[in-house]
Design a protein around this ligand. Structure first.
Ligand code: ATP
Ligand code: MG
Length: 387
């Protein structure tokens, strides 16, 4: 396969912060990026060389993207598979629509993973009233999750019996759902992996993830788990991309159960929030790797050179207290006074509570140093919860 040389145009579907960081990495390598995003002035569109404001299924917009770029990728998990298929008629597309389609639907995702021998939490599929008659009791307490379009814990309801599960399913509009056993967790980790068109693999060190209200709060890298567990997690990640015949960057979110087992929670067919630490702490970031795979360049070194703690900055930081209704700009000196803290803001105009507005990666000579910086920054920005 011939590569696309720096200077060429790359296409991107979706315009959020993952796309913005893809643009930065592509531009640093000398590429130009054309973004297709229905919204104007979004995080990616505002830094890309060109923005096509069109719906993901708009034939004219897609044709324009295909005629101006040599290859296309996505930063948005829920981009319709049909859009990727359409583009694949004329340009190189990575990841392929078929891979993205599996990850877009929890039913197909879990069925695929289980079918290929990867451990997942016990689950049942909820599609019709009849499905509630046969629910195994060991799924409770459990979580009803809508099969499609969930993110940051949205579309999820905790239930303790079949009646509650049915009520949750109804409340989610009778849409197809999964009921998943609530697993007793020791911790959560994730592995970002890249696979190129020749099947070459590269994984980054596992990150240890803390969530708050279903949203990623902090990622600690490398994860504080045994070497055996960390390499087992990396093997699962390479196994998953191998089974998918995947081309691109993908994240595998894993549960470490109290009895030490690894279960795949979900897969994201794109760079991931828990991999943001790779920008500042690794030789090659997840975004540069996405560019490299898309352009057909050799993969970059994924080695981590510095311990890192990534702190998400949600819109809440823009509000002085929980009762405040009017946002104000945070005092960034709280971050900038730490020489090894790297501030990343996504350029979103409207700070809203629970909205991902940016992140800070705290570097340190040791993980404890990085954690100490993260704690100081969180305290000064008014972020509650211990790390
Ligand atoms: P995102 O796309 O932001 O990762 P999501 O909406 O897809 O989130 P999940 O990853 O399914 O949601 O769940 C969010 C978090 O809720 C998990 O990271 C975990 O902390 C918790 N959680 C989800 N499912 C389970 C489960 N079966 N057992 C225990 N905890 C769970
Ligand atoms: Mg998740």
């Amino acid at each position: 396969m011939t590569g696309i040389a720096p200077g060429g145009w790359l296409g991107l579907l979706g315009g959020g912060q993952l796309g913005r960081m893809f643009c930065h990495a592509a531009q640093s390598l000398g590429y130009k990026v054309v973004v297709l995003d229905p919204v104007a002035g979004g995080p990616a569109a505002s830094v890309a060389e060109r923005h096509i404001a069109a719906d993901y299924l708009d034939a004219k917009g897609l044709a324009e993207l295909a005629s101006s770029a040599l290859a296309a990728t996505t930063e948005f998990e829920n981009v319709p598979a049909a859009a990727l298929d359409f583009l694949a008629n004329t340009v190189r597309v990575a990841p392929a629509a078929a891979s993205v389609a599996i990850a877009q639907d929890r039913i197909s995702e879990k069925t695929f993973l289980r079918g290929h021998g990867f451990g997942v939490a016990p689950f049942a599929v909820l599609r019709t009233d009849a499905d509630f008659a046969t629910l195994p009791g060991d799924l409770f307490p459990g979580i009803v999750k809508s099969a499609r379009l969930g993110y940051d814990g949205k579309g999820q309801v905790t239930v303790t019996n079949s009646g509650e599960a049915r009520a949750a399913w109804r409340a989610l509009g009778h849409a197809p759902c999964v009921l998943e056993q609530r697993v007793a967790l020791a911790c959560e980790i994730s592995v970002v992996v890249a696979r190129d068109a020749r099947g070459t693999l590269a994984t980054w060190p596992a990150a240890e993830n803390r969530h708050r209200d279903g949203i990623l709060d902090v990622s600690i890298a490398p994860a504080r788990v045994s070497e055996t567990l960390a390499s087992a997690a990396r093997e699962i990640a390479t196994g998953v991309v191998g089974a998918l015949g995947y081309c691109g960057v993908l994240c595998v979110e894993l549960f470490v159960t109290r009895d030490g087992a690894l279960l795949v929670n979900e897969i994201a067919p794109r760079p991931h929030n828990s991999g943001h630490y790779t920008i500042d702490a690794c030789v090659t970031s997840q975004f540069e790797q996405q560019v490299r795979v898309l352009a057909g360049l050799p993969l970059g070194d994924t080695r981590q050179h510095t311990p890192a703690v990534m702190v998400n900055l949600l819109g809440d930081v823009w509000f002085a207290n929980p009762a405040a209704t009017v946002p104000r700009e945070p005092d960034w000196n709280a971050v900038l006074r730490h020489p090894a803290a790297k501030l990343h803001l996504y350029g979103k105009a409207q700070p809203r509570r629970a909205r991902k507005m940016g992140h800070v990666t705290c570097l340190g000579a040791t993980l404890d140093d990085a954690l100490a910086t993260a704690r100081a920054i969180r305290r000064d920005l008014g972020i509650t919860g211990t790390v």
